[in-house]
Design a protein around this ligand. Structure first.
Ligand code: SF4
Length: 232
């Protein structure tokens, strides 16, 4: 596989773009259909939003796709309908994907719903977003994943910033990735308290912002001489 192809497929999730590929009949070219992504902290869909999505899907003949990033994508959006659909969603309080937003963590279901869970991942997501959500112009394309026990159902060790709860506290990983060449991240904190995890995250995100021109996976930064964390 050529390098450019690796990079193209190294997005880990269809959420890296707001368009889906399909073949343009008779031309041999790829044209992209439009979609709109609704961001869902902790993957939770308020029932009113669920109803509205259903209503919009019927009205505008949209597909509804549940993404690996735990968001909803409305598919097959026609150009002439796009602004109307967005306006209705925004009026209802939905947050739409757009450049510069801090990435919402992908989480496992956590201690409220899984007997192996050691932490409430919904509450943890809220605490992380409370700290970071006001950031604007966040540079792509790092992702965050949280698991409530070492089983790692949300793949934190293969995500740019991965947080895994253990009986001894939080372990934090940096630079993991999926894609055509998956990589386990570097463990940079072990048995940490939540306050320490938030400090680690802040340093990582600031370092990513400092070292990134347009977009970059965290894995590319691990070998920078001034990367702020050693492997532990
Ligand atoms: S990572 Fe652990 S707590 Fe979370 S869903 Fe999987 S088994 Fe349950």
């Amino acid at each position: 596989m050529k390098k450019s192809e690796e990079q193209r497929y190294d997005s880990e999730s269809g959420d890296s773009t707001d368009r889906l590929p399909c073949e343009k009949a008779g031309t041999g070219h790829i044209r992209l259909k439009k979609s709109i992504t609704i961001l869902l902290p902790a993957g939770l869909v308020p029932s009113e939003l669920f109803s509205l999505v259903n209503e919009l899907a019927h009205k505008y003949k949209l597909g509804v796709y549940l993404s690996t990033a735990q968001n909803i994508r409305l598919l097959d959006v026609q150009d002439e309908d796009e602004e109307d659909i967005k306006a209705v969603l925004i009026k209802a309080g939905a947050v739409l994907k757009s450049p510069g937003k801090f990435p919402i963590p992908r989480i496992c279901v956590g201690s409220s719903y899984c007997k192996l869970g050691l932490v409430d991942t919904v509450d943890l997501t809220r605490k992380i977003m409370d700290k970071f959500n006001s950031r604007t112009s966040v540079k792509p394309k790092f992702k965050i994943a949280i698991s409530a026990c070492p089983a790692s159902c949300s793949n934190p060790m293969m995500t740019d910033i991965g947080i895994k709860m253990t009986k001894g506290g939080f372990d934090v990983y940096a630079g993991g990735k999926g894609g055509p060449k998956p990589k386990v991240g570097r463990r940079i904190a072990k048995g940490a308290e939540l306050a320490a995890v938030l400090v680690v995250m802040e340093k990582l995100v600031d370092f990513h912002a400092l070292k990134t021109d347009k977009k970059q996976r965290m894995v590319k930064l691990l070998d920078e001489p001034d990367f702020p964390f050693a492997e532990i």
